[in-house]
Design a protein around this ligand. Structure first.
Ligand SMILES: C[S@@+](CC[C@H](N)C(=O)[O-])C[C@H]1O[C@@H](n2cnc3c(N)ncnc32)[C@H](O)[C@@H]1O
Length: 405
């Protein structure tokens, strides 16, 4: 298992993709992400709230995503690419752009999760069906565990629709050895009346069919928790309300962290907003790290965690530069891959497609180093020296676009 190449209680200000690309593989126990939902809205915190000034955009067009990521997906993850292509046909380019943004990030999340780890993705019906397919493609359909319905009530509004009052949280685990602490909920009134709150043991007949339940003397811990969770939205006057747009209740995160991690485990929220996950992790003695694009969100993280006045609090480690992987071993100079790459590509340049003699082939980084790419053989390709010079630190798609102009 890789050792984390960052300190506990670190929050990165900036895009989570280069941050995750710089993190060692298999070092995180639990990832909860509450990304933008593709809601076609822009969010801002109310003036006067603790979070005033915080804002983020949730409208997506192809110009919002790195088109290079689209090309990279087509090349490296045909299943994810097919899902995105289907979404483009049925839903349009906005959904496609949103899913490209999500797909490349989910691929990194899978890499940094431990085999015993879990991922919880929070979304709503705007994109949930497409995200489920994308998650199946990236995490494997057999690793799907739950579709949790977070059911809540809010101010009702009459419309020709059933009121939409739930969010969806998909849960994936990377293996059967997943960390799992069984949670319980109160027994139904009818069960309490029938069994008096005592544990029941099932008795089976010879064919394995349940015959009856036998009451034991032991108190029942309750019923194993269902996948429909009734948790109120944060009340306007609640102490935990920061005013940060789309802030989630601590009670929701408490449950996720308790079920899928143990004390000392590492919890990561790559879209951490005003730090709900990080606060819940801190209060349950987990290690934690987070990331958010918005500097205001990061300011709130510090203030909010401090406001809980936790005894051992030594402050958040705020970073702007992504970590650098330390688990790749000592990589040989990337140019030593020239012969292999030349053979694999049959001497054809990935840029212009022309066949070139070996001595004018250059090794190029698919994900540029300035965007978190590394010298690992998986991130290398050959270009003829002419193409490589004109490409510079652009991505392939940016370079191709510049060639077409
Ligand atoms: C739905 S909010 C998260 C709210 C959070 N769960 C809470 O309780 O406060 C989504 C967050 O993702 C952040 N975000 C959007 N794109 C990002 C990216 N590429 N990298 C890091 N953060 C991003 C936004 O700034 C926003 O704070």
């Amino acid at each position: 298992m890789a050792v984390p190449n960052f300190k506990d209680k670190t929050v990165w200000v900036g895009d989570n993709l280069p941050v995750m690309r710089g993190m060692n593989s298999a070092c995180v126990d639990l990832i909860y992400l509450d990304p933008p939902f593709n809601s076609n809205q822009d969010y801002a915190a109310p003036i006067g709230s603790v979070a005033a000034g915080a804002a983020f955009k949730d409208t997506w067009t192809l110009s919002d995503v790195d088109v290079h990521e689209h090309g990279e997906l087509a090349d490296r993850h045909p299943a994810a690419y097919s899902v995105i292509e289907a979404a483009r046909v049925t839903h349009g380019k906005g959904m496609m752009s949103y899913l490209i943004m999500m797909a490349v990030r989910l691929m990194e999340m899978r890499r940094i999760l431990k085999p015993s780890g879990s991922l919880y993705l929070h979304c709503d019906t705007t994109a949930s069906h497409y995200l489920k397919l994308l998650l199946d493609a990236v995490f494997g359909k057999d690793n799907f565990r739950n579709e949790i319905i977070w059911s809540y009530r809010r101010w009702p509004a009459k419309q020709k629709n059933f009121q939409r009052m739930h969010d969806i949280v998909f849960r994936y685990a990377l293996s059967k050895d997943v960390t799992w602490n069984q949670l319980y909920e109160p027994l139904a009134a009818s069960t309490l009346k029938a069994d008096g709150g005592k544990k029941i043991i099932n008795v089976f007949d010879e064919s394995g069919r349940r015959k009856r339940g036998v009451k034991t003397g032991e108190d029942s811990p309750g019923a194993p928790m269902r996948d429909v969770w009734n948790i109120g939205v944060i009340a306007p006057t609640a102490k935990e309300r920061t005013g940060y747009p789309t802030q989630k209740p601590l009670a929701l995160l408490d449950r996720i962290i308790e079920a899928s991690s143990n004390e000392g485990d590492l919890v990561f929220d790559p879209f951490c907003g005003c730090a709900t996950t990080l606060v819940a992790a801190e209060l349950q003695d987990r290690r934690w790290i987070g990331c958010d694009l918005s500097p205001l969100a990061i300011k709130l993280v510090n203030e909010r965690i401090r406001s809980y006045q936790l005894p051992m609090w030594r402050g958040v480690n705020v970073l702007e530069t992504p970590p650098k992987r330390t688990d790749l071993g000592k990589l040989p100079n990337y140019r030593t891959h020239r012969h292999r790459l030349y053979g694999e590509q049959e001497g054809n340049c990935v840029g212009c497609g022309l066949h070139f003699p070996f001595n004018i082939m250059d090794v190029d980084h698919i994900v540029p180093k300035s965007r978190g790419g590394n010298d690992h053989p998986d991130n290398l390709q050959l270009l003829c020296s002419g193409c490589n010079r004109s490409k510079g630190s652009k991505t392939m798609a940016e370079w191709r676009a510049s060639q077409e102009r």
